[in-house]
Design a protein around this ligand. Structure first.
Ligand code: BMA
Length: 323
């Protein structure tokens, strides 16, 4: 069994579950988190339905707020949802504040494929969409400032024509944009074959934070074990999701300065391994660097609950540089 890095401290219990939500909710996970004016805001994915009877009916997004990043209160109503003849749902939101403005990256399932969206919002009640990628692309995260005059995003396209067809074999890329609308200058950041704890696919996780040594950012890494059977509600769930950590060049974030060859966070606690929709899934979506050097990493666990782990920023950088 793979273990979390010793630099990681996990909270014993999730910070948010369906029981904390004042409207229909079943799976609360894969949230984006930002800190604005000293307070914390979370935009979480809610797959609603009936948790006890393992019935899922749809997906919306909800907002929760916190003064300390640990104790959260959900808003009374869901925040955002999207559904029409073409769009099936939006999910897995990530938050990045750029120049004081709240930016949301999200995945959008459509009848014609999976698109990555980028939007801004003032109130989480409505949002202005600036771009939607061609399918299939997801897991977009924005850097918190322009780099050399350009917005930059990490992303995870899903090529199936030219890559290994037995496995997903998906990697982490980055693209740049002058205006959040037109994206180009795309470059490969990290290939799945370089991550020893992934044998299937990797992708961006929480939006990067800036340190004086480079952009520090988590990624998710998937390891398949075909011998695994039922893990969660479905008859078969063969994937394990881990969090990894890497450091990118401040001036050119397509360049990896270093990354840990061991996973940063692995499924270990009962709510990560034993109960929920898809057990053994760790999926970070929010990362806050506090003034005292503490890094808060928010992650969905088991596609069911939202959790928090902390680490010291210098320990995380050391993992990237000395691995
Ligand atoms: C991915 C996404 C995530 C989810 C993960 C594990 O493909 O759907 O939202 O956390 O699978 O099920």
């Amino acid at each position: 069994m793979r273990k979390s890095s010793p630099v990681i401290k996990k909270l014993e219990k999730p910070v948010l579950t369906y029981k904390d939500i004042p409207y229909n909710a079943a799976l609360i996970f894969n949230a984006g988190v930002a800190k604005v004016d000293g307070k914390y805001v979370m935009l979480f994915r809610n797959d609603y339905g009936d948790y006890e009877n393992q019935i899922l009916k749809g997906t919306n997004l909800g907002v929760a707020r916190s003064d300390d990043g640990i104790h959260w209160v959900a808003d009374p109503e869901p925040a955002l949802a999207m559904k029409d003849d073409e769009v099936l749902r939006i999910y897995d939101p990530r938050l990045t504040v750029i120049d004081g403005k709240m930016h949301i990256c999200f995945a959008q399932d459509t009848v014609h494929g999976l698109r990555g969206g980028i939007a801004t919002t003032d109130d989480f009640k409505s949002m202005t969409i600036h771009s939607l990628s061609a399918p299939d692309n997801r897991n977009m995260v924005l850097f918190p400032e322009k780099i050399n005059g350009m917005y930059v995003r990490l992303e995870r396209p899903m090529p199936i024509y030219s890559r290994n067809r037995d496995k997903d074999t998906f990697d982490i890329w980055c693209s740049r944009s002058p205006d959040l609308r037109y994206w180009g200058d795309t470059e490969l950041v990290l290939g799945v074959e370089h991550v020893p704890f992934a044998n299937d696919k990797i992708g961006p996780a929480a939006p990067p934070v800036k340190t004086d040594r480079g952009w520090l950012t988590t990624f998710h890494a998937v390891e398949i074990d075909e011998s695994r059977g039922k893990h969660g509600w479905e008859d078969k769930w063969t994937k394990m999701y881990y969090a990894g950590i890497m450091l990118l060049d401040l001036n050119d974030p397509s360049k990896v300065i270093g990354y840990s060859k061991e996973p940063l966070i692995t499924p270990e606690l009962p709510h990560e391994t034993d109960v929920g929709f898809r057990t053994d899934v760790i999926f970070p979506g929010g990362m806050i660097l506090e003034d005292n050097g503490e890094v808060k990493i928010y992650y969905g666990a088991a596609d069911t609950v939202e959790c928090l782990a902390t680490a010291d920023v210098n320990d995380l950088i050391d993992l990237c540089l000395n691995s």
